[in-house]
Design a protein around this ligand. Structure first.
Ligand code: PLP
Length: 401
């Protein structure tokens, strides 16, 4: 993590930074945010209020109304402002949700967060206040091509016992780029309701925004689902804005946690985005700028991998169905993913070794230790160059050099 942070902060041009989760700077999207800043400044009174007045801990009410209306119009969901809480980024939303729904309770009971598929988002790993916080499951692996695979939830194994406080999935998944099918999500929704626990769906990359989803899926929400959004992958990570869409009782708890830990949230992200939700322009921004941009990046990266890697090698790329990453599995890799990371770092390429994404599921460790995550959000030349060096280094590793 230190390596990744340092590489981004100093913008070292000798480092091919395929490791981080930073979204791309997309010119058409940057233009929209610049224009929004100008509009805000032109409306002096509003601008002064955005900067000069605390929002309530739950978030800005105009933003909540705008988002509720947008979700009603897009999907017909029965969502109101009472279902929406803002947090300081999605990361903070997960810290609140996990420790609200799992961990140690006042009566001494302990509950865990169930992760239906591990590898799962690295950012969850250390968020539990207390040990033994997650119960994860290794997925079924479906081979979808000579060098392609896809994870499926292994429903035969999943057990939602009384020690489970909530089920959580990222969809699209960071790190794998997997998008759980509608049938899988419906199934998880059913078993969560039967067990009387919420299903948390981390929509940091999902529809309707930022819409970095390359397959045709149906977003879902109901009173038992906690759906989280983030403005980060809309190109606004600096505004630190996360959104929790949930039943009012959970929303109230999240607002109370914000009040205690941070008093209020940043106002700028909500103020920038509100008019796009009110007008519906968000839909065209996603369809015209964001989704095609990342889809093209994903296709390029897959093509460069196919060109650079020796076909006889036992490598597999997870189906790229969304998010900013490709997830590569080197079956039978003779060294650990961490050792591969070090060798790549020495050659100026930063990736994230797979073992960081395996937590709460010891049966996933060996597989994850043969995997790496690479981001395709950086400039094409950086991604292509990084992939070429990766292929060369992996070939050397398999050859025992
Ligand atoms: C799956 C997932 N969830 C949540 C987050 C948190 O994002 P942020 O705190 O910037 O909203 C990220 C960030 O990359 C992510 O990949």
């Amino acid at each position: 993590m230190e390596d990744l942070g340092h590489a981004l902060a100093v913008a070292d041009e000798n480092v091919r930074m395929l490791g981080g989760g930073n979204p791309a700077l997309i010119p058409g999207v940057q233009a929209v945010w610049r224009q929004r800043v100008e509009e805000m400044m032109a409306d002096g009174d509003r601008f002064d209020r955005v900067l000069g007045v605390y929002d309530p801990p739950k978030g800005n009410s105009r933003f909540a109304l705008a988002l509720a209306g947008y979700l009603q119009r897009e999907y017909g969901w029965n969502v109101g402002a009472e279902n929406i809480a803002i947090t300081s980024g999605g990361q903070t939303a997960f810290f609140y949700l996990f420790n609200l729904l799992a961990g140690e309770f006042a009566d001494g009971r302990r509950k865990k967060i169930l992760l239906p598929i591990v590898p799962e988002y690295i950012g969850y790993a250390n968020q539990g206040l207390g040990a033994d916080f997650f119960r994860g499951y290794a997925p079924e692996i479906e081979f979808t091509g000579r060098h392609a695979f896809k994870y499926r939830v292994d429903f035969h194994k999943l057990e939602v016992g009384p020690d489970i406080g909530a089920i959580c999935v990222s969809r699209p998944t960071n790190p794998s780029g997997n998008v759980l099918s509608d049938a899988e999500v419906d199934h998880l929704d059913r078993i969560a309701r039967e067990a009387g626990v919420p299903l948390i769906i981390d929509n940091a990359y999902g529809a309707p925004f930022p819409g970095i989803v390359f397959s045709d899926i149906k977003p879902i929400w109901n009173e038992n689902i906690v759906l989280t959004f983030s403005l980060s992958k809309l190109g606004l990570p600096g505004t630190r804005t996360g959104v929790v869409v949930a039943r009012p009782e959970i929303v109230k708890s999240i607002a109370a946690m914000t009040a205690i830990t941070g008093l209020a949230n940043g106002t700028i992200g909500q103020a920038l985005v509100t008019p796009l939700l009110e007008s519906g322009e968000m839909t065209s921004l996603v369809a015209a700028e964001i989704r095609p941009y990342y889809q093209r990046k994903a296709e390029n990266a897959r093509r460069w991998i196919a060109e650079a890697f020796d076909d006889s090698l036992d490598y597999f790329v997870h189906q790229s169905e969304g998010a900013l990453f490709l997830w590569l599995w080197f079956r039978g890799l003779p060294i650990s993913a961490a050792a591969l990371y070090e060798r790549l770092k020495a050659r100026g390429v930063l990736i994230v070794p797979g073992h960081y994404f395996s937590f709460g599921s010891p049966e996933s460790d060996a597989h994850a230790n043969e995997c790496i995550r690479l981001s395709f959000a950086m400039e094409d030349a950086v991604v292509e160059d990084g992939i070429r060096i990766l292929a060369d280094e992996v070939a050397k590793v398999y050859a025992g050099r």
